[in-house]
Design a binder for this molecule. Structure first.
Ligand SMILES: Cc1ncc(C[n+]2csc(CCOP(=O)(O)OP(=O)(O)O)c2C)c(N)n1
Ligand SMILES: CC(=O)[C@@H](O)[C@H](O)COP(=O)(O)O
Ligand SMILES: [Mg+2]
Length: 608
């Protein structure tokens, strides 16, 4: 079987295959996808479901003269395998390896880079319009999932395309799944006869529904679409996870994304990390809040699974809302909830919050509504790479009046921070990273929340996690001295879990202090000015250096007329690619060794 695939070095080879070789090709593609994901993990379910769609597309359209745009790009592993990347698929999602999604810098068969959902229709229409304007021929096809039709951007594209004479081809890969089961009225409509009426009323010729695993039917529909002089939708019904029993049987996500696994004797063997993640810890404290206060409501834009909210959805079906891939709507929906007196918590990945910036500014912050944003995946995300890095939230949120930005160091910080945010009269952010919770270091275990603020002089506060979550600890104070050395020449100022790197670093430098900023905004000015008094400050954060906490600290020092020597560490001024987040953290100097290096260099003691 693999032999069929080894004879395919480019789409021209796919087109040259006799029809009776195609089922074998599809099987070999599935085998390659299953093997690759087993070794390195990845977006298995969507890619398995789209195998026939991809093969049929390459039979009918000729890339790169014709352009295929896959929404998100997570379903396109077969496309990668057919376009000269088969030999490198084992490097998928790893540093310097094959990209997690599509990118023309990796292959000229990839028309445009993506990773976020709902962009394909607009991008494809623009590409087609641009090509026609410049006198280029060639067809342009947007492959979108049913999940993408829960997002407004897709509809902006459909509206424009349906009213345009350009012969855009939209292939709707309808598997009735987003990451979780798809939601809302439109996915329901897609499985009725009204699907035809719906697309036709938007100005498209509708072809389908077609069995998306029937190569013959798909090929015929795509040929007809290619011959059209008008915009066309080809509606293909597919099954996510097709051909891999554990994915097909996975009722939650149909194997949407999987970590490495082994497939032995017909059984899936997966090593599951035992430690809870920040997302799970947040979901736990959110569950407590939902339990305690009937006004609390949780909202997720299509990330129930990743945000660890499936359990809460089952417990509080009417108060946990999955609104689809609709970040803008999610935020404005929360604004409405807050205006009604509810206490909405919008649980959203840092990278996806980017799409809802105006909604945060205009609908939440401007009226000062008490919406809590739980910003997950803040910082380095690892294998998903540049499109998904949680790099910008601190920088783009910091200028917004009245918005408080919290960042927990350890899981134990989440409860008091959420409780403080829920008590606030205006909007708040809690940013936390992708990954597992650290052990509670002894320096933090010693004190209760309020006792961390050494200026309060409190020692030996409450000792149990539960007691740290009590309202007595609220509201959260400002910055927290992780270590405070009187007369210290240097202070490490950190945001979020980097406080743990700082704690480790200062164990080797008994004369240095360490301050957890605890908030990116508003700053704890008194604590930061105290840090400046030592003359040397290193600010470290997992977000862009430009515009982040470090910039805020420099603004404070400039405005206060103090001028310590300052080094800023964080994510640099480039789009950081996929790789191992731990390795990248070290490369960026954000681990304890990096902080030590930066501090010693600042003091002119690099040779120590
Ligand atoms: C703006 C944005 N929000 C959320 C996501 C996370 N995400 C990636 S794929 C996906 C589901 C997409 O569903 P669908 O379009 O139907 O494709 P399928 O996976 O079913 O093939 C989601 C929610 C994203 N990539 N971009
Ligand atoms: C393709 C996509 O956007 C999501 O599937 C994303 O890869 C999820 O990331 P996490 O694994 O961090 O939930
Ligand atoms: Mg889908």
């Amino acid at each position: 079987m693999a032999d069929v695939l080894s004879g395919v070095a480019s789409p021209a080879d796919v087109r040259a295959l006799p029809e009776d070789a195609l089922p074998g090709l599809c099987e070999a593609l599935r085998e390659a996808i299953i093997t690759t994901c087993g070794r390195v993990g990845g977006h298995l379910g969507a890619s398995l479901g789209a195998v026939e769609v991809v093969v049929a597309l390459h039979r009918v359209f000729h890339t790169p003269q014709d352009a295929l745009l896959f929404d998100v790009g997570h379903q396109a592993y077969a496309h990668k395998l057919l376009t000269g990347r088969r030999d490198r698929m084992h490097t998928l999602r790893q540093a310097d390896g094959i990209a997690p999604f599509l990118d023309p810098r990796e292959s000229h068969h990839d028309a445009l880079a993506a990773g976020h959902a709902c962009t394909a229709i607009s991008a494809a229409l623009g590409l087609l319009a641009g090509r026609r304007q410049l006198g280029h021929s060639g067809h342009v096809v947007a492959v979108v999932g049913d999940g993408a039709l829960t997002g407004g951007l897709s509809f902006e594209g459909l509206n424009n395309a349906g009213g345009s004479p350009l012969p855009l081809v939209v292939v709707l890969n309808d598997n009735q799944m987003s990451i979780s089961a798809n939601v809302g009225a439109i996915p329901a409509l897609l499985r009725t006869r009204n699907a035809r009426a719906f697309f036709e009323s938007l100005g498209f010729t509708y072809l389908g529904p077609v069995d998306g695993h029937d190569l013959g039917a798909l090929t015929r529909a795509l040929r007809e679409a290619k011959a059209s002089s008008r915009p066309v939708v080809v509606h293909a019904l597919t099954k996510k996870g097709r051909g891999f029993p554990p994915a097909e049987a996975d009722e939650q996500t149909r194997g949407h994304a999987m970590g490495p696994y082994e497939w032995r004797d017909g059984k899936l063997v997966r090593s599951r990390g035992g430690r809870p993640t920040y997302s799970e810890a947040f979901a736990q404290v959110l569950g407590d809040a939902l339990e305690r206060d009937p006004r609390v409501v949780a909202v997720t834009p299509a990330m129930l699974e990743g945000s660890a909210l499936t359990g809460l959805k089952a417990r509080f079906p009417d108060r946990v809302h999955d609104v689809g891939i609709a970040e803008q709507h999610a935020v404005t929906f929360c604004a409405g909830l807050a205006a009604a007196g509810a206490k909405p918590v919008c649980v959203i990945y840092s990278t996806f919050l980017q799409r809802a910036y105006d909604q945060v500014v205009h609908d939440v912050c401007l009226p000062g509504l008490p919406v809590v944003f739980a910003v997950d995946r803040a910082g380095l995300v690892g294998a998903d790479g540049a499109t998904h890095q949680g790099a910008y939230d601190v920088s783009f949120l910091r200028p917004l009046p009245g918005l408080t930005q919290w960042a927990p160091v350890v899981g134990e910080d989440l409860g008091p921070m959420l409780a403080t945010a829920l008590q606030a009269s205006g909007p708040s952010v809690l940013r936390f990273p992708r990954g597992t919770l650290p052990d509670l270091p002894p320096e933090l275990a010693r004190d209760g929340t309020e006792a961390h603020d050494a200026r309060a002089g409190a020692e030996g506060g409450k000792s149990s996690t539960a007691s740290r979550l009590t309202p007595a600890a609220l509201p959260m104070p400002g910055a927290r001295w992780l270590k405070r050395v009187p007369g210290s020449r240097l202070t490490l100022v950190t945001l979020g879990p980097l406080g743990l790197s700082a704690l480790e670093a200062v164990r080797s430098e008994p004369d240095w202090s360490a301050l957890d900023a605890r908030r990116a905004w508003p700053l704890d000015e008194a604590a930061l000015l105290e840090a400046a008094a030592g003359g040397h400050v290193v600010v470290a954060e997992e977000g862009t250096v430009r515009g982040g906490l470090g910039s805020a600290v420099l603004e404070l020092y400039a405005a206060s007329g103090v001028s310590p020597r300052v080094t800023l560490l964080g994510m640099p001024d480039v789009f950081l690619p996929h790789g191992d987040a731990r390795v990248q953290r070290t490369q960026l100097g954000l681990d304890a060794a990096g902080l030590l290096r930066a501090g010693r260099a600042l003091l002119g003691e690099e040779n120590r």
